[in-house]
Design a protein around this ligand. Structure first.
Ligand SMILES: Cc1ncc(COP(=O)(O)O)c(C=O)c1O
Length: 444
């Protein structure tokens, strides 16, 4: 007779096996049963693949990774618990203590904090340069530089860097170009087509698309040859002691991504920024509608940018659609499939900002982008609040800049909301200014 304690943990388990579900199931389990002692040993020695423990992966996450690798035409992907951890893991796989990175000065605030603060604590230095100043990128490279890092659509001004020239500069220096493609996603821009080697994502944004789950990913495009200068990359080209002195570059090379084997078995394993199976499934659902969402967001963004450009309270719109000359030509070259849904605009007087941000009904005030709902934020007092005046100027924005992330609402509703809010804010601020000047005139 089997006891009820045994039944409570064993009975019925077999019924979970052997189904052929159409939607990707959530494999909510911490660990996986090995077939045998021998299989367990082979998997741990990296001689066989297999599910082990959900810190370093699970079948739901594997579907997400294969889907992301396919979307970017990469050789492999590694999903993590947040975009932030994807950036951390990708860069730690390349640069170690005493080494150096060159990065754009217009990055997401969290990445800026990582590069200028936490990585400095770890002994990894970064030089930040104007993403459009190619000479500055080349001049910043040192013998210890291990990667160039840029966002394909800058934050918060949606500037578009010249990825092809940056890839050339990186490759001349013998290092990979790492591109954060969060805002564009592979639906709008494929970094591989422009010479990039590694792509990182905050999947929390457009990939997931519904603002429900944090997730991140690294995609290895399989283009960078870590074997060309082996002394520069000992982590891949020297024996890897934790798995029987395997040389990762010899065992996995580009095709099976030595880079991501190292990132998964060392960095994710040791640091633990794992993706939950539930969140992996949430992001997968989002990806299924990525192209249709971004097509709609792209056309709506065009309508929103046009309306903002015409409004008297707006002095500048930061978006490729508002650019002319070389910047516009560059944007058309890199974004032939649609316009990114993140933009910002400057109001005529920073005093308008609170009334605009609080007045909007269809733009939710939230520190996020890439949701089905339109969002608004004031970068200078939130996401970039610890930036100095000089850093704000270097990033191309100011205290008068408001960022929008366009969602799936009807374009005419969004434009009506923006116009009414900007009108009301302008009226309120000019009435307040008149009051102040009347008081001043009345002063003795
Ligand atoms: C461009 C970009 N990269 C990375 C991140 C970090 O991603 P997460 O918030 O998923 O950790 C963000 C977050 O806003 C982002 O906008």
């Amino acid at each position: 007779m089997t006891g009820s304690g045994t039944h409570a943990v064993r009975a019925g388990s077999e019924a979970a096996h052997g189904h052929r579900p159409v939607a990707v199931p959530i494999h909510q389990t911490a660990a996986y049963e090995f077939d045998s002692w021998e299989q367990a040993r082979e998997v741990f020695a990296l001689r066989q693949t297999g599910d082990v423990y959900s810190r370093t992966g699970n079948p739901t996450q594997l579907v997400l990774e294969q889907r992301l690798a396919a979307l970017d035409d990469g050789v492999a992907a590694l999903a993590t618990g947040s975009g932030q951890s994807a950036v951390v893991v990708a860069l730690l796989a390349l640069a170690r203590s005493g080494e150096h990175l060159v990065a754009s000065s217009t990055l997401y605030g969290g990445t800026m904090d990582l590069l200028t603060d936490t990585f400095t604590d770890f002994g990894i230095e970064s030089t930040l340069v104007d993403p459009l100043d190619l000479e500055a990128w080349a001049a910043a490279i040192r013998p210890t530089t291990r990667a160039l890092f840029v966002e394909s659509v800058g934050n918060p001004t949606a500037s578009i860097p010249d990825l092809e020239s940056l890839a050339e500069i990186a490759h001349r220096a013998g290092v990979p170009l790492v591109v954060d493609n969060t805002v564009a996603t592979a639906a709008l821009l494929k970094p591989k087509d422009h010479g990039a080697d590694i792509v990182v994502y905050s999947a929390t944004k457009h990939l997931g698309g519904h603002g429900g789950s944090l997730a991140g990913a690294i995609v290895d495009l399989g283009t960078f040859d870590f074997g060309a200068e082996p002394a520069r990359w000992p982590q891949f080209t020297q024996p890897y002691p934790r798995v029987g002195d395997v040389v990762l570059w010899e065992r996995f090379g580009r095709e099976s991504s030595a880079l991501l084997v190292y990132a998964r078995t060392k960095l994710v394993h040791d640091l633990g920024p794992s993706l939950s199976p539930f969140n992996a499934r949430d992001i997968l659902l989002g990806i299924e509608t990525l192209e249709v969402r971004l097509a709609r967001i792209s056309t709506t963004t065009q309508t929103v940018v046009d309306a903002l450009l015409e409004h008297p309270a707006v002095t500048r719109v930061h978006h490729p659609l508002a650019e002319r000359g070389a910047a516009r030509t560059r944007a058309e070259h890199y974004l032939p499939r649609g316009w990114p849904g993140v933009l910002s605009f400057d109001v005529v007087d920073p005093a308008l900002v609170p009334a605009v941000v609080d007045g909007l009904r269809l733009f939710t005030l939230a520190a996020n982008i890439g949701d089905v709902r339109s969002l608004v934020i004031h970068p200078a007092t939130t996401t970039h609040s610890h930036f100095t005046e000089a850093q704000l100027t270097q990033g191309g924005f100011s205290a008068a800049t408001i960022r929008l992330s366009v969602g799936l609402e009807n374009p005419e509703d969004l434009v009506a909301d923006l116009s009414a809010t900007l009108d009301a804010a302008s009226t309120a601020v000019s009435a307040a200014n008149q009051n102040i000047s009347r008081q001043k005139v009345g002063q003795p």
